[in-house]
Write a protein that binds this ligand. Sequence first.
Ligand SMILES: C[S@@+](CC[C@H](N)C(=O)[O-])C[C@H]1O[C@@H](n2cnc3c(N)ncnc32)[C@H](O)[C@@H]1O
Length: 292
Amino acid sequence: MDKIHVPVLLNESIDSLNIKPDGFYVDCTLGDGGHSQAILKQLSSKGLLLSIDQDSFAIEFVKDFYKAQPNWIIKQSNFRYIDKLVAEIGRTPDGILMDLGLSSRQLEESHNRGFSYQEDNEPLDMRMDTNLGVTAKDILVVLNNKQLAKLFLEYGEERYCALIAKTIKENIDHINTVGDLTRLIYKVVPANNTIKNPSRRVFQALRIVVNDELDSLTETLDRSFKLLSKNGRLSVISFHSLEDRIVKTYFNDKAGSGEGELLFKSSIAPTDTEIEQNSRSASAKLRCLIKN
Ligand SMILES: C[S@@+](CC[C@H](N)C(=O)[O-])C[C@H]1O[C@@H](n2cnc3c(N)ncnc32)[C@H](O)[C@@H]1O
């Protein structure tokens, strides 16, 4: 992939952090580094940015692509360990950003991890951090029919979950690649005008479970909020309703208890122009919580 990931809601998310040049900021989701670079541009030499990504290929790309800077620390880790990483630095964050999900690079240059349902020949892996033990194929093998159906319903909101799960279990010995799985799903859920690709929801569900995405989001929101300085800001860009529900509920609770304040009454969505230029931004929602 020769293009770099286009950062979503870039101006809106950076503005929401209200960056102080001497402040300390954490970008929990480095990706191709677009948001991190925009933060760095606003920092003085006394300012500091910690960027985290659990994908070692993302870290390698960024270290290769951008010049090292003394006020930019890059760590490979799950963002759920943010408190440990911040403790090592010994400063209090003034702003924390999370831009959830996958980068375009992970979809288009996956290093054989099968994130995209369009990459027919890749194995069903889906681990962002390849040091983790369980792959998508392992999950298809280990879970029974009922458990798989529940997973597709809960994490993919897939209404054909039972039929898909049953067909997968009947054919499990022949499912090794992305193409094996997508062809099977096509047979039981034919594409129509409303379902562009019937594999999308199943892939979302498997990816969420392989990477334990919703639990790590829930834990990290609370850890991040606790770490922030007074008036510090936690900005989160989510891409599907399961993520947004967790963010919205947490932010509303903190606003309700008086511990925080919402920067925006509702979520911020990309403009029509952004969606035209970058279709991947279409489902993005930005929320920001200010610590009281
Ligand atoms: C949408 S991309 C971020 C793109 C980035 N903002 C940019 O401008 O290029 C999300 C990134 O977050 C990383 N990621 C997702 N969940 C993570 C987690 N729990 N811990 C650390 N990194 C995570 C992914 O590996 C991916 O590189």
